[in-house]
Design a protein around this ligand. Structure first.
Ligand SMILES: Cc1ncc(COP(=O)(O)O)c(C=O)c1O
Length: 406
């Protein structure tokens, strides 16, 4: 169906950085100058054909784009319902979708005359992607990671160091992604004269959610074109992504959000034993990391502790654009438990020869559940946001090599 009028991505955010009632800039006024400088730098990058050409070349050479859309024929056959397809973001250089916005931020930093990139990481995927992009563009890199995540993701910590990044372990609170984000932002506040904050997801104050979405939208653009070509002109009926902050989801959604007959799904981690990180399902309106959004909160308004088998999903907030899409009813929100995600991890490994990230396994588990209830004439497209190499040691130690044990 042709789009009439401005597209979703042109309409949002508004001039003040809002997605409906969500978003904006809720950091102290002293950050205003740095964020205005970032917005101006990003406008210049978008308007520069030369920089856009350079970004396109880096996407091909360094990143290995385009990534394919692939039919999970074995699982689809066994489930017997709708057909499941995956957008293979796991095939990106460094193993996840995160590098889509990391190379963008690195190019932006160089164009703005900054010499350093600062970020937080959870599963370590964003940190490794940023360290790689920084090395390529000749920039320094400082990555903050919760001490708990650093222990669990030791191979990614080693990769970041090998790529020349300074890794800062953060010991505070749950020593996870939330604390790493706060620590990284403070470092940015202190160093913004010569450093750029390459935020890990489509979160934070304006203009970060827009910048991350725009850099990630290459996923949706490619997927739409590839899907139409594979299916002789049909769009997917359902588009599925796991969500923490929402970068892989917004990247894929942006190719389909204006197609109102394509259903969009956000899959949240239900964790285990009542400990979860399902922000959209159980959260309420609040302010987190500089944006008005949906936040998991205690009764007294304090940010709630969060948990999931997938480190990259352990976040008590959500990007403001996803919060708006939920409020408007454009996306469906559902949850997947740790056990269900680990089941999909084993199943995709054994049946398809692909070891998915535990984060992406949440989206796969939901797609398998959905497929079983939909007719074989329908098609589900899942963002396979990353590969599971980083998770292998943890899964083998906790569940063994036998999927029946999960
Ligand atoms: C492979 C993978 N998928 C998904 C996510 C979740 O992040 P987002 O919601 O920003 O896509 C992460 C975060 O680390 C990740 O590593």
């Amino acid at each position: 169906m042709p789009h009439l009028g401005p597209s979703h991505d042109q309409r949002y955010p508004d001039a003040d950085g809002y997605f409906g009632e969500f978003g904006g800039n809720h950091y102290p006024p002293e950050m205003r100058a740095a964020l205005d400088e970032l917005a101006a730098g990003y406008r210049d990058l978008r308007a520069s054909p030369e920089l856009q050409r350079e970004l396109a070349a880096v996407r091909i050479g360094l990143q290995g784009r385009p990534t394919p859309v692939h039919h999970l024929a074995n699982i689809s056959k066994r489930v017997g319902g709708a057909h499941i397809y995956v957008k293979r973001e796991d095939l990106n250089h460094t193993g996840a979708h995160k590098i889509n916005h990391c190379v963008g931020f690195a190019l932006l930093a160089r164009a703005m005359g900054k010499r350093k990139l600062i970020a937080e990481t959870g599963a370590g995927q964003h940190g490794v992607a940023l360290a790689s992009a920084a090395a390529y563009f000749g920039l320094e890199c400082e990555v903050h990671i919760g001490a708990t995540d650093a222990d669990k993701m030791s191979s990614n910590v080693g990769r970041m160091r090998l790529l020349g990044a300074q890794v800062v372990p953060v010991v505070a609170g749950q020593s996870a992604l939330t604390e790493a984000s706060e620590s990284a932002f403070h470092a940015y506040v202190e160093q913004h004269a010569h450093a750029l904050y390459a935020i890990g997801s489509a979160i934070g104050p304006h203009p970060f959610p827009q910048i991350v979405r725009d850099f990630q939208s290459v996923v949706g653009r490619e997927a739409r074109e590839q899907f139409l070509s594979i299916t002789d002109g049909a769009l997917p009926d359902h588009v599925v992504a796991c969500v923490a902050g929402g970068s892989n989801a917004m990247g894929l959604y942006s190719g389909f959000v204006d197609d109102t007959d394509v259903a969009l799904y956000a899959v949240e981690p239900l964790g285990a034993s009542g400990q979860h990180a399902a922000t959209l399902t159980f959260g309420r309106s609040g302010t987190l990391h500089g944006a008005r959004t949906v936040v998991l909160q205690e009764d007294d308004g304090a940010t709630a502790p969060v948990s999931s088998v997938a480190s990259g999903l352990v976040y008590p907030g959500i990007g403001p654009e996803i919060a708006m899409l939920q409020e408007s009813g454009r996306i469906h929100v559902d949850t997947v438990s740790d056990d269900e995600a680990v089941g999909a991890f084993f199943r995709t490994s054994r049946s398809e020869g692909i070891i998915p990230a535990l984060e992406s396994s949440h989206a796969l588990a939901f797609a398998i559940r959905l497929a079983a209830h939909r007719p074989s004439s329908e098609r589900i497209l899942v963002n396979l946001s990353g590969r599971g190499d980083k998770d292998v040691d943890f899964v083998l130690a906790k569940y063994g090599a036998d999927p029946a044990a999960s």
